[in-house]
Write a protein that binds this ligand. Sequence first.
Ligand code: NAP
Length: 351
Amino acid sequence: MSLTLPTPILPDPAAVPALRWGVIGTGIADRFVLALHAHTTQRVVAVTARDAEKTAAFAARHGIPRVAESVDALVNDSEVDVVYIATPHPLHREQALAAIAAGKHVLIEKPIAMSADEAREITDAGRTAGVFVTEAMWTRYLPQTEILRLLLADGAIGEVRLVTADFGFTMPFDPSHRLWNTELGGGALLDAGVYPISFAASVLGTPTDIVTRGDLGPGDVDARADLLLSYASGARAFASTSLVTALPVVASVIGSEGRIDLHSPFFGPSGITWTRGGMGSDETATWIDDRFEAVHEGLGYQATAVASYIGEGLAESPVHTHDDIVGVMHVIDVARAAIGGQGGGDGVPAP
Ligand SMILES: NC(=O)c1ccc[n+]([C@@H]2O[C@H](COP(=O)([O-])OP(=O)(O)OC[C@H]3O[C@@H](n4cnc5c(N)ncnc54)[C@H](OP(=O)(O)O)[C@@H]3O)[C@@H](O)[C@H]2O)c1
């Protein structure tokens, strides 16, 4: 028997304010700007990054009218409404605080910062300044995530008992690459682990207990980590991440009456299957997000949602609150401390 999935209701790109974006960085920002200009009414009007020549080429490629000579100049550009920060994680805090101090809304690449303390400092500063601040956890804004939310709200799989999620890949050791370099925020947990941990948080909230098993790799960064999270409801989550193993990059939510599987790569537009009953059940429904050729084209969903929230005068994303962002960073703090190395530390405080 086939089931019927709910229809996701997402903001219409044409119905949200067409904001003027300032971009910091030219790495993943390339795919962000492509997605914005192809799939939304948002427009990038200024960019800055450390390499002037590369930044000028980036601006020319994307039809961005202004190259700002510094972060300070970009955030103080009176024709920029919202700043997108896409630099290595250790730079996020300072750049976000500068944008907020200049009165700009800000979307900060994942992870929002290096720790829960930094995350709280950023979100508190945004709240005080009366601007919108969020982490670019774009998974939260995908149609499949909205379907998941609607199914869970409807009790489609009964009582949720287990969430599993993973994101790992093989990244050859290169001491100069940000993933293997502690000074650039290296390690699997901050870069990739944030996705499965945030996915678990989106379904189950804040864990009451965190058990970590992980290994340091060369460069003294966490090369892999497996987390068992427990929740007051009795539910648990497994979250895995790795720089040395190509994991399947899937996520599942398993309940007393069935399960929901997010297809690979679960963090981007992929697909969702709802199954009622257990193994061998033919009561199932699947929706595939086949709108795009490249997975990162789905970054447009997030930009449209951010513009709609800014239009509504919100301080935080209703589907990704400041407490939620800080809570995920706290889990990462605890896991990094448990694994040790330069990236970790002792006595990680509660958020
Ligand atoms: N949403 C997603 O799917 C996604 C995907 C990838 C990354 N990210 C996140 O986006 C952020 C940036 O990642 P990325 O892969 O784009 O990084 P990246 O390519 O290494 O660097 C991005 C930008 O930051 C500049 N930069 C690098 N190191 C710097 C330094 N020490 N000081 C000043 N500027 C520096 C780079 O300049 P140069 O070009 O001169 O090196 C580049 O313009 C990270 O927080 C990451 O987690 C998100």
